[in-house]
Design a protein around this ligand. Structure first.
Ligand SMILES: [Zn+2]
Length: 78
């Protein structure tokens, strides 16, 4: 069932496998970091439907209360 494999072939296979895993992990962490940085960097803009005030809240959120009148507004989408 098992065929004898020489050491060079075995080491080449193991090295290739390890490199594949490392590249995969690097790509995964790069993408994760980029997504997290976007999430922290982006602000959300709101325009109050009741009093007309335009205001900004940090981070990405769909709803925020107006600081002037307390009305809950949805995020402006561009
Ligand atoms: Zn308002």
């Amino acid at each position: 069932m098992f065929q004898p494999v020489d050491l060079g072939t075995f080491l080449a296979f193991v090295t290739g496998f390890v490199l594949l895993v490392l590249f995969g992990l690097q790509a995964w962490y790069d993408r994760r970091d980029a997504l997290l940085a976007d999430h922290r960097r982006l602000n959300s803009a709101f325009s109050c439907a009741r009093c007309g005030l335009v205001y900004v809240r940090p981070r990405r959120r769909e709803e925020a209360a107006c600081p002037q009148c307390g009305w809950k507004n949805v995020r402006l989408k561009f």
